[in-house]
Design a protein around this ligand. Structure first.
Ligand code: 5AD
Ligand code: SF4
Ligand code: FES
Length: 341
């Protein structure tokens, strides 16, 4: 492909995925560089509650795992962490939690209004707290949330319904449409290496991201957690996740794509592999160290003893090894700007 031919067609991208991993990575890196230059956007990730009413078969904090010590941060605690992030230059925060019945939509809305009062409108707030009604999403948007993350996990309807404890893929996809209708910048994504996944499913997962016109796509390797129904599943190779990042970069050139913590947990240089294959975002985990060890979706999670602010120093060195540099801008998705004008 000549360089004048900016972005490959979906057919070409899938052919590269199937046939030539090195060329796939080369093209994904070229496209990422053309859209974002050498900048890697930084998002502070705050895991504010590990209470979850859902029971996903793959997840370490699922409802039925009674071995988990449950915690729920309160408003003051979250505001304090955001304030410390802002002092260190962060402009984007991801508030992630389980589907916690105490953190109702009304409570989240009141909290978002306080965030806006205290910190103004410079800061981008991303929520990731699961499936809600269209009215809930509209209220959250009106109260000051900018973005919402909700992975579809797997785009295979049968696998989805089984692993998500009976909830259908159709319901999940409706949620993603509702988020778009509410005006959110929308992120989704999936895991690679779930038991029962085929190469065909992996390709359809990536194509689904394109169909959904996502602004952000998070992809990570499934890591079996011993205290879950999938605890005995084999650990599949990280390469499935890295190839997925590259394919999605070619299918959605302008999407924000993180190099995920799960990748770095499975292999020491997992995040760097993703950054070389099309990823352009890092999400240091700024959850207070007391709580980090209780938010184990999978075993072997990294950075449990470091505050996320220590991670920023570590990450700035890591991105240099792949000729990139941390960037503290809000990093709104150019895909979202293109979609909404
Ligand atoms: N291994 C890797 N990722 C996991 N997630 C949940 N459980 C696991 C696991 N065992 C991912 C899901 C979820 C995100 C927050 O973490 O994709 O959406
Ligand atoms: Fe809850 Fe999310 Fe874990 Fe499912 S993946 S059990 S919704 S925290
Ligand atoms: Fe957390 Fe390296 S990114 S210690």
């Amino acid at each position: 492909m000549s360089d004048g031919n900016l972005f490959p067609t979906p057919e070409h991208a899938v052919a590269l995925y199937r046939e030539d991993t090195q060329e796939l990575y080369r093209q994904a890196d070229r496209v990422r560089r053309r859209v974002f230059g050498d900048r890697v956007f930084v998002r502070g990730l705050l895991e504010f509650t590990n209470v979850c009413a859902a029971n996903c078969h793959y997840c370490g904090i699922r409802r039925d795992n009674t071995a988990v010590h449950r915690y729920r941060m309160d408003e003051e605690g979250i505001l304090d962490v955001i304030g410390r992030g802002i002092e260190r230059g962060m402009k984007t925060f991801v508030l992630q939690g389980g589907e916690d019945p105490e953190w109702t939509t009304a409570r989240l809305c009141r909290f978002l209004e306080r965030v806006r009062l205290r910190f103004g409108n410079e800061t981008a707030i991303t929520l990731s707290c699961g499936l809600k009604s269209p009215a809930d999403y509209r209220d959250l948007k009106h109260s000051g949330a900018d973005r919402y993350l909700m992975r579809f996990e797997t785009g295979d309807p049968v696998l989805h319904q089984r692993l998500r404890n009976g909830i259908s893929l159709k319901r999940r996809l409706k949620g993603l449409h509702d988020l778009k209708d509410a005006g959110f910048e929308v992120g989704s994504g999936y895991m690679t290496g779930l038991p029962g996944e085929t190469e065909d499913i992996r390709i359809r997962n990536a194509l689904l991201c394109r169909e959904l016109e996502l602004d952000m796509v998070g992809i990570g390797p499934f890591i079996p957690h011993p205290q879950t129904p999938l605890g005995g599943s084999p650990q599949e190779s990280l390469s499935h996740a890295v190839r997925a990042v590259a394919l999605v970069r070619l299918l959605l050139p302008e999407a924000n794509i993180p190099a995920t913590t799960a990748a770095g947990s499975l292999q020491p240089d997992g995040r760097e592999q993703m950054l070389k294959a099309g990823a352009n975002v890092l999400m240091p985990n700024i959850t207070p160290v007391d709580h980090k060890k209780d938010y184990l979706l999978y075993p072997g999670k990294i950075c449990l003893d470091e505050s996320g602010f220590e991670c920023v120093g570590c990450l700035s060195l890591r991105v240099k090894t792949v000729d990139q540099a941390l960037c503290f801008d809000r990093g709104d998705s150019p895909a979202f700007a293109g979609r909404t004008g």
